[in-house]
Design a protein around this ligand. Structure first.
Ligand SMILES: [Zn+2]
Length: 108
């Protein structure tokens, strides 16, 4: 597959790939793999790759407990509307990936 870094969706695609690996790490209960993804994510940020809302897929949702790589589910008082993710999850991921808060345990 050819990757064009000037492609408008390149950033989305990067995070989508990361999300797929995060889902695999969850599926296999592989902490080391998950830590590697976080490392890649942080170095991508350091090189100027922007976070997109879907990077919230990295972490377990604090609202509905959807696991890493899974879409959020509707829970009472926290309807999802069009979004795949609860806003609190996106915010948590931004802080955790940027190192502002410690990384919550994603798998257990
Ligand atoms: Zn959620």
């Amino acid at each position: 597959m050819r990757i064009d870094i000037d492609e408008p969706n390149a950033v989305e695609q990067f995070w989508e790939g990361m999300r797929e690996v995060a889902a695999a790490a969850t599926r296999h209960q592989d902490d080391d793999l998950y830590q590697a993804i976080v490392k890649i994510g942080r170095s991508a940020l350091a090189q100027g790759v922007e976070l997109v809302p879907s990077s919230g897929f990295f972490l377990q949702c604090p609202v509905c407990s959807a696991r890493s790589g899974q879409r959020c589910i509707n829970v009472p008082a926290h309807p999802l509307s069009e979004d795949a993710l609860h806003p609190a999850r996106v915010e948590l991921a931004e802080k955790a990936i940027s190192g502002e808060i410690p990384l919550p345990a994603p798998i257990r």
